[in-house]
Ligand binder design. Structure first.
Ligand SMILES: Cc1ncc(COP(=O)(O)O)c(C=O)c1O
Length: 413
């Protein structure tokens, strides 16, 4: 039996030698990894800074306050809770703060790019404990959604919370139009910017802060922080409901969670400082530039892309023209040293485990310093590997991938 130590070092090598192209993954900073694994994990701190249920808070209170202040400044919001363990409990906390079981929520369907926690029916807490309505992408150009039809549904069903956010949608979301929709029935509007938060703070993706009541983001995707999440209340949210910040805090602790993960909170503080720097702005710009080049190059090679391109860090390829399903393509790519995930396309006729598409992202490649030249090469490898079932060809590409990775090393110590 291999030891855990050995398996971690093998995983490290895997991450160094392959192309990480799952859009929700990224490399965080060594300082963040050290903070997460630091002595902070020994400490319990139920409650919030200044109002704890334990002693020994002198330093950890300062850490949490610093994280809150930096996050507030970074996103321009009056309230931030940095305690959510991850994105799913953060979304759960919003619902528990604002809804009773059986109340209506509205979120984007999974195969149209939404997340499981946005009301996916039957098997998720959000679809089981609440009455969930799923909306869909209805147009092939902005604003992407049919707001006339959505307005009819909203007036009829009166959702209490509307969730807007995506896990596999390559375009900008029309925040103002969703704000107008929510206003029809005085619904709370939750922006889940888990995927694009890094692009928002880098100024390359529109911020929802002006338009919504609550913003949730995970901290480990384009933000490049530790695995965690943040819940923010906007000025608009406080005008809508003066108790909103209090409700969110109460829903996280004691409503849903116990002691916060203080190492992660320290990691969030480090991430927030880095994300405010001009170097991070350049990183965000390059992430989007790289995704656009990848889209252009794949289209040149006969690929069909959902919405026919991208404005952010990811692409969703509809593999029908390549006559291969998403799972087969993802397995072939793994053999070639390129790690992606199979993904549903809108109105996918195929089941979720063998969907018709794959999802590709540029955040981690860009973190390694790759740019336009590398995207052209990678598009070619993607195309060759997906179209062929020849294992030898896949191994040859994997060797080339390893060489490219050596030219763009990433510090994983
Ligand atoms: C849009 C969105 N919301 C929520 C989540 C859930 O985050 P976590 O996996 O940290 O629970 C994700 C994760 O992929 C996501 O993409």
């Amino acid at each position: 039996m291999p030891t855990i130590k050995k398996l971690i070092s093998q995983e490290k090598l895997r991450q160094q030698r392959t192309l990480m192209m799952i859009p929700s993954e990224n490399y965080t900073y060594p300082e963040v990894r050290r903070a997460v694994g630091s002595v902070l994990m020994h400490k319990y701190a139920e409650g919030y800074p200044g109002h704890r249920y334990y002693q020994g808070m002198r330093f950890v209170d300062q850490i949490e306050k610093l994280a809150q202040e930096r996050v507030k400044r970074l996103f321009g919001v009056p309230h931030a809770n940095v305690q959510p363990y991850s994105g799913s409990p953060a979304n759960a906390a919003v619902y528990f703060a604002l809804l009773k079981p059986g109340d209506t929520i509205m979120g984007l369907a999974l195969d149209h790019g939404g997340h499981l926690t946005h009301g996916y029916p039957r098997i998720t807490f959000s679809g089981r404990y609440f009455h969930s309505l799923q909306y869909r992408i209805a147009k092939n150009r902005p604003p992407w959604f049919d707001f006339t039809q959505l307005a009819r549904v909203v007036r009829r069903e009166k959702p209490k919370v509307i969730v807007v956010g995506t896990t596999a949608f390559p375009r900008r979301l029309p925040w103002k139009k969703f704000a107008q929709l929510a206003a029809l029935v005085n619904a709370y509007l939750l922006a889940d910017i888990s995927h694009v938060a890094g692009l928002v703070v880098a100024g390359v993706c529109p911020s929802p802060v002006r338009w919504v009541d609550i913003v949730m983001t995970t901290t480990h995707k384009t933000l490049r922080g530790p695995r965690g999440a943040i819940l923010m209340v906007t000025k608009k949210g406080l005008r809508h409901d003066s108790k909103l910040a209090w409700k969110i805090n109460r829903a996280i602790f004691p409503g849903l969670q116990g002691g916060p993960h203080l190492g992660v909170i320290a990691g969030i503080a480090i991430m927030a400082k880095k994300a405010a720097q001009s170097e991070f702005h350049r990183y965000g710009q390059q992430v989007v530039a790289n995704a656009k080049i990848l889209a252009r190059e794949l289209k040149k090679r006969g690929w069909r892309l959902v919405t026919s391109g991208t404005d952010n860090h990811l692409l969703v390829a509809d593999l029908h023209p390549l006559t291969v399903d998403g799972k087969t393509a993802a397995v072939r790519l793994e053999e070639a040293g390129i790690i992606v995930n199979a993904n549903a396309i809108p109105n996918d006729p195929q089941p979720p485990f063998r969907p018709s598409g794959i999802r590709l992202g540029t955040p981690a490649l860009t973190a390694r310093g790759m740019g336009e030249k590398e995207m052209v090469i990678i598009a070619d490898w993607l195309n060759q590997a997906v179209r062929s079932n020849d294992n030898q060809l896949h191994s040859q590409i994997a060797q080339k991938v390893k060489k490219l990775c050596r030219q763009y090393p990433i510090d994983l110590d």
